[in-house]
Design a protein around this ligand. Structure first.
Ligand code: FAD
Length: 436
């Protein structure tokens, strides 16, 4: 039997990869390049629409643990990330084009894959035919599909706004107005730190808080995801917010310069010809981005290769409609994965693709569905989004989501995290791998 996977993003690519390796025929619907969402630009699979980083690689960071869990599950996203790695201190950053190309080429090398480049929306058919389908169309799911999905789940959707940070041409930077180095890593030169004096910061700050931004439609309440606030929203919370946030001048070693504030630029590709402004997601209008960001001395003549932008992210109320196996309650054959189900971030979106695929495989083989252990980051997040009482808000990997974490007391943070991380990885190795 075949499985239909809709959306070749992070989650859809992982789901397809798992099934293809198991010898299952996969029909992968991807609307690009026929139709692009407002944030997608690249025709390849697994496009990273904003930052080119997957966060910390350290096991004492929840995002680091998630990476290790995914590696144990043979994640294609983790494999491609390692192959397309660009240096970024303790973070796993990638050359986004190479990353997407590796995933596209790998999936297309399977003979049991059929790609259909069309907008998919006929979900009702699967209600009747009981064939397995995984919907992984992301936070920018096309309207037509979303409306049809809504008819089945009979619950309204929720949304929040997410913003993209700009990318500049590396040749247009004034490298005399800053220095190379990474925070808290004296031996690393992975970031260019654009420096600002107090006067320069004041000027930048005052223009930033009054810059013109893209307006919301009347009916849209401006709800942001706290982990990805636009820089101007952050600034409006107070003069010092940025100085304790993305512009903090600490952890950097440079004996000659004591900046009042810094803006970090990170390499976007292996060649280092493109740099992104770290933590500078924005909804300022494009001409305003030119004007305000060029007040940062190193960016005075910056050429913007991509401007920051803002998008409405939709997600379903998984706590009312989704099971822990990631199929719709009442529809065993209809699985959902990715950011659409109320997780937040590239990696956890991808990870849920693996879970949906494992259970879609079990569905066609009449095997028991698998519930991921809640002492893993993946299992704990799925447990959270499917059982939360009241209104669901998107969740990304955090330690407290693992129930055991809160039960360990009187130990230093690092030690506590190491214990939890080891338990999680043991649990995947000993309790899960033999079943998948
Ligand atoms: C503007 C924006 C910025 C973000 N920035 C970050 C960030 O910096 N870091 C981070 O970790 N996360 C970020 N995210 C959040 C999230 O991690 C990503 O959206 C992630 O790509 C989600 O993975 P996914 O597989 O669920 O969806 P996607 O990766 O978006 O994949 C969905 C795919 O489905 C396709 N599709 C949609 N509708 C249809 C249809 N009807 N038929 C066929 N194909 C369809 C799309 O073309 C797309 O290829 C951002 C999200 C947005 C919207």
């Amino acid at each position: 039997m075949e499985v239909v996977v809709v959306g070749a993003g992070l989650a859809g690519s992982e789901a397809a990869y798992y099934l293809l390796k198991k010898g299952i025929d996969v029909i992968l619907y991807e609307m690009k390049p026929v139709k692009f969402s407002p944030a997608h630009k690249n025709p390849n699979f697994a496009e990273l629409v904003c930052s080119n980083t997957f966060g910390s690689m350290e096991l004492t960071n929840a995002s680091g643990l998630l990476k290790k869990e995914m590696e144990l599950l043979d994640s294609i996203v983790m494999k491609a990330a390692k192959e397309s790695y660009v240096p970024a201190g303790k973070a796993l950053a990638v050359d986004r084009n190479l990353f997407s190309k590796i995933i596209t080429d790998t999936l297309k090398s399977f003979k049991n894959l059929k790609v259909i480049n069309e907008e998919f929306y006929n979900i009702e058919e699967f209600v009747n035919n009981k064939k397995p389908i995984i919907i992984a169309t992301g936070p920018l799911t096309s309207e037509k599909l979303f409306q049809n999905l809504k008819k089945i789940i009979k619950k309204d959707y929720l949304y929040f706004f997410d913003a993209i940070s700009p990318i500049v041409d590396a040749n247009s930077i004034d490298y005399t107005k800053g220095f190379w180095g990474a925070r808290y890593q004296p031996d690393s030169n992975d970031y260019f730190n654009c420096t600002l004096s107090k006067e320069e910061y004041d000027l930048f700050y005052n223009e930033l808080i009054k810059a013109q931004t893209v307006e919301f439609k009347e009916f849209e309440k401006d709800i942001y995801f706290e982990g990805c606030l636009p820089i101007e929203e952050m600034a409006k919370r107070g003069y010092k917010t940025l100085l304790y946030g993305p512009m903090k001048p600490v952890g950097l070693k440079n004996n000659n310069i004591k900046p009042y504030a810094v803006v970090q630029l990170r390499k976007e590709n292996k060649e280092g010809t493109m740099l992104s402004l770290v933590g500078f997601q924005t909804k300022m209008k494009y001409p305003e981005q030119d004007r305000v960001f060029r007040l940062i001395p190193a960016l005075k003549n910056a050429e913007f290769l991509r401007y920051g932008s803002i998008h409405k992210n939709i997600f379903i109320q998984s706590n009312y409609v989704l099971s822990k196996y990631l199929n719709l309650r009442g529809y065993d054959n209809i699985f959902l994965a990715g950011q659409l189900i109320g997780v937040e971030g590239y990696l956890i979106s991808a990870a849920t693709g693996i879970v949906a695929a494992i259970n879609a495989f079990n569905f066609i083989n009449n095997k028991k569905f698998i519930e991921f252990p809640t002492n893993t980051i993946i299992g704990a997040i799925i447990n959270y989004i499917t059982t939360k009482e009241g209104e669901l808000q998107p969740i990304n990997p955090v330690w407290n989501i693992i129930p055991d974490y809160n039960n360990i007391q009187n130990l230093p943070k690092e030690q506590k995290r190491t214990i939890i991380a080891n338990k999680s990885l043991e649990s995947i190795k000993n309790d899960l791998l033999k079943y998948i």
